[in-house]
Write a protein that binds this ligand. Structure first.
Ligand code: ADP
Length: 494
């Protein structure tokens, strides 16, 4: 047994301990030689050298001096500094290229390099304990991450996209330079979150940005399109998309996302919408008088015995009603711009509204068996006319896309703080690939059965916009050839 006291460690044990230590060299301070007095097994293994090729040799006999002697990180300078100051010197990242086993050329290698002075009895530096840890993997991973960030920034610059980040604890706002371009500021300007927000159109700030911010903290997603004023007072459109990051207690800590300028495409869309609004408005007046004349004719012809004339007048009235509904759809579409579609909320029983809509639909269509299965009273606080329009859209579609004589069943039930309304038909059904898209603007499934059914693909888009603005959900379940059920849910309450 070897006796060990804190003051005396036998030389043999010290040597064994040293040799088992991580990548270490014990270097004498015999400059310019810097002879190596001891070396650890781990060091020899990583250097690919036998012990006799290292122990007793000068450090720079084995390793040529660093190419750039002026570099403060050069090994010779570091050893001299340790001797001069008697203090530890760490080099967190030290590049020294080596031959990989079997390779004919050196490859870049990075080391974390630490140098501890070991003092003799006269308090002079007698040895330097140098430890090398190969950190090539970490450095390369960091370089790869920087490279991919650089590429991302280049791509963002090419597409005009800006990045932003908001720390929710202290409202610290950071952004990529592209953001200045999007908000009309010269490169290099410093802008705060308050300044950015002050550029947003006040209506959009109140109706869109603040609401999106509040709901993002709950559901984690952030998306809106708003108007912003540049410092020169010109008006622009931006689209922002973001996400919220949470800590382990599920508290929101950070928001980050992208912003793009969409002024050009938005102007096209607004021009198109304005045209639709104008054309629909112009069509409304002649249609209203056509309807009035038809109603007058129906009264005047009430005594006629000619069956053709009688049904012709009723059918013409139905067609005028269909056209009026389409035109109203177009007018609503053009009102979907931010700030234009205003919800007029009241508290009402949605079951009563469904009954009302059905009475109207039953008058228009006696071709189907329409049934309503209410369950209790469901009061909601919403825009009554607009929700009525959604129900009417769904019922009209159920009639439109199913055989005469088939059933259309409506249900309305309260569930977990929401009311869920469903409209089921036994019609042509919808393919899974179309189910995802039918709520998009102007989308119509291109099925043979549907060729002769007229429509513009705006009813479901409008319905989904109306439901979403009420913070509700709309979805469909359907099987081709068997029928469809459309659902929407809205928060219950007054
Ligand atoms: P439109 O009926 O005017 O085409 P909508 O927006 O109301 O427009 O509907 C979009 C598309 O969804 C329709 O073209 C049709 O392909 C499909 N669809 C809607 N409702 C039904 C239904 N009840 N059964 C089958 N397909 C439907």
């Amino acid at each position: 047994m070897i006796g060990i006291t804190p003051d005396s460690i036998p030389d043999d044990l010290f040597r064994v301990l040293f040799e088992k230590s991580p990548g270490s060299l014990l270097i004498k301070t015999d400059a310019p030689q810097f002879s190596i007095a001891a070396v650890s097994d781990a060091y020899l293994k990583s250097a690919g050298l036998p012990r006799e090729a290292v122990v007793g040799k000068g450090f720079f006999e084995i390793y040529q001096d660093d190419i750039d002697q002026s570099d403060d990180k050069a090994a010779r300078k570091i050893f001299s500094r340790v001797i001069r100051t008697g203090e530890k010197v760490d080099v967190p990242v030290y590049r020294y290229d080596i031959f990989e086993p079997g390779a004919s050329n050196k490859t870049p290698h990075y080391w974390s390099f630490s140098n501890i002075p070991i003092l003799d009895s006269r308090q002079q530096v007698a040895y330097i304990l140098s430890t090398f840890t190969d950190i090539t993997g970490e450095v390369k991973a960091k370089e790869a991450a920087q490279e991919s960030e650089h590429r991302l920034l280049l791509a963002a610059e090419a597409t005009g996209m800006a990045f932003w980040e908001l720390n929710l604890a202290d409202n610290a706002f950071s952004y990529s330079q592209q953001l200045l371009d999007i908000f009309g500021h010269p490169a290099g300007t410093n802008i705060t979150l308050a300044e950015v927000r002050s550029q947003v159109h006040p209506d959009d700030m109140e109706n869109i940005v603040m609401k999106a911010f509040e709901s993002a903290l709950i559901d984690g997603g952030y998306f809106y399109e708003v108007r912003v004023y540049w410092p020169d007072r010109s008006l622009h459109w931006i689209r922002t998309k973001g996400t919220v990051q949470y800590n382990k207690n599920k508290e929101p800590v950070r928001m980050l996302g992208t912003i793009v300028d969409i002024t050009e495409s938005k102007s096209d869309e607004i021009r198109k919408n304005d045209f639709i609004a104008m054309a629909s408005h112009e069509l409304k007046t002649p249609l209203t008088s056509l309807k009035a004349y038809l109603q007058l004719m129906e009264t005047k012809l009430s005594g006629t015995t000619d069956p053709f004339v009688k049904t012709a007048v009723v059918k013409s009235g139905n067609q005028v009603n269909k056209m009026t509904a389409l035109i109203h759809g177009f007018l609503d579409l053009s009102r979907l711009e931010p700030g234009k579609l205003k919800l007029i909320r009241t508290t009402f029983n949605i079951c009563a509204l469904i009954e009302e809509v059905l009475t109207e639909s039953k008058i228009l269509s006696n071709s189907h068996s329409i049934r309503f299965e209410p369950s209790g009273e469901c009061n909601i606080n919403a825009d009554r006319a607009k929700i009525g329009q959604v129900i009417s859209n769904l019922v009209n579609n159920a009639i439109k896309y199913s055989q005469k004589g088939s059933y259309v069943i409506l249900k309305c039930e309260a569930n977990d703080g929401n009311v869920i309304v469903s409209v089921t038909d036994e019609g042509i059904g919808i393919k899974p690939k179309d189910q995802e898209k039918i709520f998009q603007r102007f989308y119509r499934a291109e099925e043979d059965e549907q060729r002769n059914i007229s429509g513009f693909g705006i009813g479901l888009y409008l319905s989904s916009e109306i439901i979403q603005r009420h913070k509700g959900k709309i979805w469909v379940k359907s099987k081709e050839g068997e029928g469809s059920t459309f659902y929407f849910s809205l928060p219950l309450g007054s």
